[in-house]
Design a protein around this ligand. Structure first.
Ligand code: ACO
Length: 379
C-alpha cells in the first residue's frame, strides 16, 4: 500500500478495536447501559456495591451473592504499612500522582501478585476497589499532618470513603449522593483511561500495571481532570450574572468550557442529569443556591453550542457536589478514580479473556535513508 492510501484516524475517533459485553453507549441518543441495564435505573435503584457486582459478574446479584461480594470488599479495607510510607514520601504531589504511585507500589504486596489468571485478576480488582479510597484519604490526611483515619466496616463504600476524609459521621444524603456518583462513574466503555488499561493488559501485564496507567490517563483535564476545573470556573464566575461574559471570553479566546463536550456523546451525557438534581437539592439545603444558579447560567450561555453537539458531560455537576460535601478541589479526580475501579477491572478481564496485543500504526512523515555523519564532521 502506498503511503498516500493510508487513512489516519487521529485520536482513534470512531474506530472499533474489539468487542465488549460490558457497557453500551449510544452517543447520539445519550444512552448508557451497564450489562444491558439503563444508567437511569441503576442511578436511582442500585448501589455502588451492586453495580460493581453487575459489571464484574455480568448479572445483578442475589442477596446472598451481594452479601458475599460486599463482605469481600469490606475485608479488603486495609493497606500494608509500607504503602503509608510511600504516601508519606510523595505527600506533596497532586493526589492523583500520589494515588498512581501507591497503586503501583501495592502490586508488590498483593497476595496474588504472581497470578495473572482471570479469577486472581477479579480478586485483585476487588482489593483495589477497597484500597484506592483508603489511599486517597490517607494521602489527604497525611499531607495535612494528620494520621490516616481507620476505615469502618459498618459503613458502605461511599459512607466509609466520606468518613475517612475527616472522621465525621457523613449524613445519609451525602452518602447517597456519593454512592450515586460512584454508580455513574463505574464504567464507560473504551474511554481514554480504560483503553490505556486495556493496552497495558494487552501485553499480558497485570491489573496493577493497567490500573496505574489508567490513573495516569484519567488525571488529565481532557478526561477526569475536568471536574476540578469546573469548580475553579464556578468560583471565578462568582455570580450567575457573570457567567455569560465569562463563557464568551473563553470561547472568543478559543478556550474550552470545562465540563462540556464529549468524544462520544453528541446529546446530553445521561449521567449529568442525575448530578444536576444533586447540585440543585444540596446547594438549596446548604443555603448556597448560587452554585446551582451559576452552573445553570453557564449551561444557558453554552446553549448555542448544543447544535454542534456540545452539551454538559458528567464532570460538569460533579465538582459542586464534592465541594458542598467539603471535599478539597484536588480530590475531585481521585473520586472519579475511586468509582472507576470496577470498570477498569472488567475492561482488563475482558481484555485477558480474548487477549491480543494492541499495536496500531503511525504514518511516518520524517526523512528517510539519510547518511550517518560522524560527530566530528557535523557542522
Ligand atoms: N468548549 C468549547 N468548545 C468545545 C468544547 C468545550 N468544552 N469541546 C469541544 N469543543 C469544540 C472544539 O473547539 C472543536 O471546535 P472546532 O471544530 O471549531 O475546532 C469541536 O468542538 C470538536 O472538538 P474536539 O476536541 O475535536 O472533540 P473531541 O471529541 O476530541 O473532544 C473533549 C472531547 C476532549 C472532551 C472536549 O470536548 C473537551 O476538551 N471538553 C472539555 C474538557 C472536559 O469537560 N472533559 C471531560 C470529558 S468527560 C470525561 O472524561 C468523563
Amino acid at each position: 500500500m502506498s503511503t498516500e492510501d493510508i487513512t489516519i484516524h487521529r485520536g482513534l475517533s470512531g474506530v472499533y478495536f474489539d468487542r465488549s459485553a460490558t457497557t453500551f453507549i449510544d452517543g447520539k441518543e445519550g444512552v448508557l447501559e451497564y450489562r444491558g441495564y439503563n444508567i437511569n435505573e441503576l442511578a436511582v435503584h442500585s448501589t455502588f456495591e451492586e453495580t460493581g457486582y453487575l459489571l464484574i459478574h455480568g448479572e445483578l446479584p442475589t442477596q446472598a451473592q451481594l452479601d458475599e461480594f460486599t463482605a469481600e470488599l469490606k475485608a479488603a479495607r486495609e493497606l500494608p504499612e509500607q504503602i503509608f510510607d510511600v504516601i508519606e514520601i510523595v505527600k506533596d504531589s497532586h493526589p492523583m500522582d500520589a494515588l498512581r504511585t501507591a497503586v503501583s507500589a501495592l502490586a508488590s504486596f498483593d497476595p496474588d501478585r504472581n497470578d495473572n489468571s482471570i479469577e486472581a485478576t477479579i480478586h485483585k480488582g476487588m482489593r483495589l476497589t477497597s484500597q484506592v479510597p483508603l489511599i486517597v484519604m490517607a494521602h489527604h490526611n497525611i499531607r495535612d499532618g494528620r494520621d490516616p483515619i481507620k476505615p469502618r466496616d459498618d459503613l458502605n463504600h461511599a459512607g466509609n470513603f466520606l468518613y475517612m476524609m475527616d472522621g465525621k459521621e457523613p449524613s445519609e444524603q451525602a452518602i447517597d449522593l456519593m454512592d450515586k456518583d460512584f454508580v455513574l462513574h463505574a464504567d464507560h466503555g473504551s474511554n481514554a483511561s480504560a483503553f490505556t488499561a486495556r493496552v497495558v493488559a494487552g501485553t499480558a501485564a497485570d491489573i496493577h500495571g493497567a490500573v496505574t496507567a489508567g490513573i495516569a490517563a484519567l488525571s488529565g483535564p481532557s478526561h477526569g481532570g475536568a471536574a476540578e476545573n469546573v469548580m475553579q470556573m464556578a468560583r471565578e464566575i462568582g455570580k450567575p450574572e457573570n457567567a455569560a461574559a465569562y463563557v464568551q471570553n473563553l470561547l472568543s479566546n478559543r478556550q474550552r468550557v470545562m465540563g462540556f463536550g464529549h468524544r462520544v456523546y453528541k446529546a446530553e451525557d445521561p449521567r449529568a442529569g442525575h448530578l444536576r438534581e444533586g447540585v440543585k437539592n444540596l446547594s438549596a439545603e446548604m443555603g448556597q443556591p448560587e452554585w446551582y444558579l451559576i452552573l445553570e447560567a453557564v449551561v444557558k450561555a453554552m446553549q448555542p453550542y448544543a447544535r454542534r453537539g456540545i452539551h454538559v458531560n458528567v464532570d460538569f455537576f460533579a465538582g459542586v457536589i464534592y465541594y458542598l460535601n467539603g471535599v478539597p478541589q484536588d480530590l475531585f479526580v481521585p473520586i472519579f478514580a475511586v468509582g472507576r475501579i470496577p470498570g477498569w477491572t472488567i475492561q482488563v478481564v475482558e481484555q485477558f479473556e480474548h487477549n491480543i496485543l494492541i499495536r496500531p500504526l503511525l504514518k511516518y512523515t520524517g526523512d528517510r535513508e539519510l547518511k550517518y555523519v560522524p560527530i566530528s564532521e557535523r557542522g
